[in-house]
Design a protein around this ligand. Structure first.
Ligand SMILES: Cc1cc2nc3c(=O)[nH]c(=O)nc-3n(C[C@H](O)[C@H](O)[C@H](O)COP(=O)(O)O)c2cc1C
Length: 192
């Protein structure tokens, strides 16, 4: 008898440190959706705001600072990753790049795992940050789902988020759910 698919563990990272961040709101919505209507996945958001700016001088006798080590351990235990990546000056944000770089050091915490990227930003909805992130993923050996894509123009009426950065747009929630399903299915395919 075929065994049921296991529950995959997804680590979610927002590239914004802002309290009412739209991108963190996308992750909160993804967590809700995963509990309500996407079987077989568990999403945990990881805070990257306490990671120091990377300097290899902070690695002492091969040991990472405790906050970095704790972050890396969570990634190593994850089956896949969900990035919510705001666009800053046509690219991903500095905090997100810093977190990615810390976890890229040996042993690479990203290698051979599935990932998806979503974003809320200005006119193109953050799309340009996706392409830089995907390029970084080539070297890290991350496997991004190609489709569907999720870009959300956060500033075009009607409002997509409330004042606390919670996603309130039903169509966007549906598209976000499709990302989660695609990420879950691709994660399971990679693990076969
Ligand atoms: C330094 C900076 C650069 C930005 N550059 C872009 C940009 O290139 N493209 C864009 O669509 N939005 C840009 N924005 C707007 C952000 O995408 C927008 O503020 C978004 O809400 C940030 O994500 P958050 O709500 O998760 O914090 C920029 C914002 C900042 C602070």
């Amino acid at each position: 008898m075929a065994s049921a698919n296991p529950v995959i563990k997804v680590v979610a990272i927002s590239g914004s440190l802002r309290k009412a961040s739209f991108n963190s709101g996308l992750i909160r919505s993804a967590i809700e959706l995963s509990k309500e209507s996407v079987n077989g996945m568990q999403i945990e958001q990881i805070d990257i705001s306490q990671l120091p700016l990377l300097s290899t001088d902070l690695i002492v006798n091969g040991t990472y600072p405790p906050v970095v080590e704790a972050f890396r351990q969570k990634l190593l235990k994850a089956d896949s990753f969900l990035f919510a990546s705001p666009e800053f000056n046509y690219s991903l944000t500095a905090p997100l790049k810093n977190a990615i770089d810390w976890a890229s050091l040996a042993p690479n915490c990203w290698g051979d795992k599935a990932a998806a990227v979503v974003s809320a930003a200005g006119s193109f909805g953050g799309g340009r940050s996706h392409y830089h992130l995907r390029q970084i993923g080539v070297y890290l050996d991350l496997h991004f789902i190609n489709k569907p894509e999720f870009f959300l123009n956060a500033f075009q009426p009607p409002a997509k988020f409330d004042d606390d950065g919670n996603l309130v747009d039903a169509e966007a929630k549906q598209r976000l759910k499709e990302i989660l399903v695609a990420l879950r299915d691709f994660t399971l395919r990679l693990q076969k």
